[in-house]
Ligand binder design. Structure first.
Ligand SMILES: [Cu+2]
Length: 236
């Protein structure tokens, strides 16, 4: 249902959508409608009428106590069922860390996202790293670890098509993972109010086929060589 309105582009997205849909049907469609319908029916049924005195109900009879015990009990059962479903998904998405095929560094700051991609050697913090601002390039069907940091205040890294959201906290390196399943260009958003420019820090994720990703890396390397060779001229 959610994927109809927002592409599901990671291995976790479908599972998170399923949990949200279960909560929607149980909480909104069933309980909310039932509670509101009962409420308005009671308002109508027991409205003020001439000659009918209001009744004082103590809630001590067994038939009255049922409203306080049975209904919340059923709500609690629904809560437990939802927890039983979402626990494994939470564990998989947030607590487990399956082995990575690639690692990227994500840096939040007022007010931009910058990214460090491993270059052709596939490793971070080597000479061929590729640094970008506002553009994160990843390869489809590849499991990524991200190392999320903040240079200044709290930010929150969010990729809606992955259903991924992770706070960035100054002084900490937060590791998480994602695995894109669909190629395309999608939004990255900061979802933590981080100052007056918060709304000005949108970025994008470009999910590429292996061929496109290799071509992008080659292009960046060629650009770097061209820049390096042009540098002495600039200093003349
Ligand atoms: Cu921010």
């Amino acid at each position: 249902m959610i994927a109809k309105y927002l592409v599901a582009a990671s291995t976790s997205a479908g599972k998170i959508d399923f949990i949200i849909e279960v909560i929607f049907w149980v909480v909104i469609v069933f309980w909310f409608v039932l509670a509101e319908a009962t409420f308005f029916w009671f308002l109508l049924r027991f409205r003020k009428r001439d000659g009918v005195p209001a009744r004082y109900i103590t809630g001590e009879k067994a038939s009255e106590r049922r409203w306080i015990v049975v209904v919340p009990g059923l709500v609690l059962l629904c809560d437990l069922a939802i927890m039983g479903l979402d626990g494994p998904v939470w564990y998989e998405v947030k607590q487990s860390l399956p082995a990575a095929q690639q690692t990227v560094r994500i840096v939040g700051q007022q007010w931009a996202w910058s990214f460090v991609h491993p270059g052709p050697d596939g490793r971070l913090d080597t000479a061929d790293d590729i640094k970008t601002v506002d553009d994160l390039h990843v390869q489809v069907n590849t499991r990524y670890h991200f190392k999320l940091v903040s240079r200044d205040v709290l930010h929150s890294f969010s990729v809606p098509v992955f259903r991924l959201k992770q706070d960035a906290i100054p002084g900490r390196v937060i590791t998480g993972w994602f695995e894109p399943t669909t190629t395309g260009t999608f939004d990255i958003q900061c979802v933590e109010i981080c100052g007056v420019g918060h709304g000005l820090m949108p970025a994008r994720i470009i999910i590429e086929t292996p061929e496109q990703h290799a071509a992008w890396m080659t292009g960046r390397a060629a650009g770097r060589i061209a820049l390096a060779s042009a540098a002495p001229l600039a200093g003349d």
